[in-house]
Design a protein around this ligand. Structure first.
Ligand SMILES: [Zn+2]
Length: 114
Protein backbone atom coordinates (compact mmCIF):
# COMPACT_ATOMS: atom_id res chain seq x y z
CA UNK A 1 0.00 0.00 0.00
CA UNK A 2 2.95 2.33 0.40
CA UNK A 3 3.13 2.63 -3.36
CA UNK A 4 -0.17 4.49 -3.28
CA UNK A 5 1.65 7.39 -1.70
CA UNK A 6 3.26 8.01 -5.05
CA UNK A 7 0.04 7.87 -7.02
CA UNK A 8 -1.46 11.25 -7.72
CA UNK A 9 -4.96 12.06 -8.79
CA UNK A 10 -5.08 12.16 -12.58
CA UNK A 11 -7.43 14.43 -14.49
CA UNK A 12 -7.72 15.33 -18.17
CA UNK A 13 -6.35 18.48 -19.75
CA UNK A 14 -9.25 20.70 -20.75
CA UNK A 15 -7.56 21.53 -24.06
CA UNK A 16 -6.28 18.17 -25.32
CA UNK A 17 -7.73 15.71 -22.76
CA UNK A 18 -4.29 14.23 -22.05
CA UNK A 19 -3.81 12.71 -18.60
CA UNK A 20 -2.36 15.31 -16.32
CA UNK A 21 -1.85 16.03 -12.64
CA UNK A 22 -2.72 19.40 -11.13
CA UNK A 23 0.05 20.60 -8.91
CA UNK A 24 0.95 23.79 -7.11
CA UNK A 25 4.34 25.45 -7.20
CA UNK A 26 5.40 26.95 -3.88
CA UNK A 27 2.07 26.10 -2.20
CA UNK A 28 3.22 27.67 1.05
CA UNK A 29 3.68 31.06 -0.61
CA UNK A 30 1.19 33.62 -1.86
CA UNK A 31 3.06 33.48 -5.15
CA UNK A 32 2.27 29.79 -5.50
CA UNK A 33 0.37 28.98 -8.65
CA UNK A 34 -1.22 25.90 -10.19
CA UNK A 35 0.70 23.98 -12.81
CA UNK A 36 -0.40 21.08 -15.01
CA UNK A 37 2.09 18.25 -15.23
CA UNK A 38 2.00 15.21 -17.52
CA UNK A 39 0.63 12.24 -15.58
CA UNK A 40 3.52 9.99 -16.56
CA UNK A 41 7.12 10.58 -15.53
CA UNK A 42 9.32 11.72 -18.41
CA UNK A 43 13.00 10.92 -19.12
CA UNK A 44 13.63 14.62 -19.76
CA UNK A 45 11.42 15.71 -16.90
CA UNK A 46 12.62 18.37 -14.49
CA UNK A 47 9.76 18.56 -12.02
CA UNK A 48 9.67 16.79 -8.70
CA UNK A 49 6.26 16.07 -7.20
CA UNK A 50 5.46 15.54 -3.55
CA UNK A 51 2.34 15.50 -1.46
CA UNK A 52 2.18 18.36 0.96
CA UNK A 53 -0.14 17.42 3.82
CA UNK A 54 1.12 20.34 5.90
CA UNK A 55 -0.28 22.85 3.42
CA UNK A 56 -3.73 24.13 4.29
CA UNK A 57 -6.42 22.41 2.28
CA UNK A 58 -10.13 21.86 2.58
CA UNK A 59 -11.17 18.79 4.57
CA UNK A 60 -12.09 15.93 2.29
CA UNK A 61 -10.22 17.48 -0.65
CA UNK A 62 -7.07 15.84 -1.98
CA UNK A 63 -3.81 16.86 -0.37
CA UNK A 64 -2.08 19.46 -2.57
CA UNK A 65 0.69 18.15 -4.78
CA UNK A 66 3.74 20.33 -4.64
CA UNK A 67 5.74 20.77 -7.84
CA UNK A 68 9.38 21.69 -7.54
CA UNK A 69 11.10 22.68 -10.76
CA UNK A 70 14.66 21.36 -10.56
CA UNK A 71 17.56 23.45 -11.73
CA UNK A 72 19.69 21.69 -14.37
CA UNK A 73 22.38 20.98 -11.76
CA UNK A 74 19.91 19.27 -9.43
CA UNK A 75 18.34 16.84 -11.88
CA UNK A 76 21.03 14.13 -11.88
CA UNK A 77 21.15 14.12 -8.10
CA UNK A 78 17.39 13.87 -7.80
CA UNK A 79 17.35 10.88 -10.15
CA UNK A 80 20.25 9.27 -8.31
CA UNK A 81 18.17 9.53 -5.13
CA UNK A 82 15.51 7.44 -6.84
CA UNK A 83 13.08 10.25 -7.65
CA UNK A 84 11.01 10.19 -10.78
CA UNK A 85 10.71 13.50 -12.58
CA UNK A 86 7.77 14.83 -14.51
CA UNK A 87 7.37 17.28 -17.34
CA UNK A 88 5.22 20.37 -17.47
CA UNK A 89 2.15 19.78 -19.60
CA UNK A 90 2.79 23.21 -21.08
CA UNK A 91 5.73 21.59 -22.89
CA UNK A 92 3.71 18.73 -24.35
CA UNK A 93 0.17 20.05 -24.78
CA UNK A 94 -0.60 20.34 -28.52
CA UNK A 95 -2.78 23.34 -27.66
CA UNK A 96 -0.19 25.12 -25.56
CA UNK A 97 -0.10 27.98 -28.09
CA UNK A 98 -3.60 28.87 -26.93
CA UNK A 99 -2.28 29.18 -23.41
CA UNK A 100 0.62 31.25 -24.71
CA UNK A 101 -1.73 33.65 -26.43
CA UNK A 102 -3.42 34.26 -23.11
CA UNK A 103 -0.03 34.93 -21.56
CA UNK A 104 1.04 37.15 -24.44
CA UNK A 105 -2.11 39.21 -24.05
CA UNK A 106 -1.35 39.64 -20.38
CA UNK A 107 2.23 40.70 -21.12
CA UNK A 108 1.04 43.15 -23.73
CA UNK A 109 -1.18 44.80 -21.16
CA UNK A 110 1.87 45.22 -18.95
CA UNK A 111 3.45 47.30 -21.70
CA UNK A 112 6.23 44.98 -22.81
CA UNK A 113 7.61 46.03 -26.20
CA UNK A 114 8.37 43.68 -29.06
ZN1 LIG B 1 -3.27 19.64 -23.01
Amino acid sequence: MTRAENVYRIVNCRSCSARVIWTVTNPELKSGHPMMVDADPHPNGNILLARYPSIEHEPGKPVPVRATVMRPGQIAGARADGNVLYRSHFASCPHADRWRKTNAARHAKNGSRR
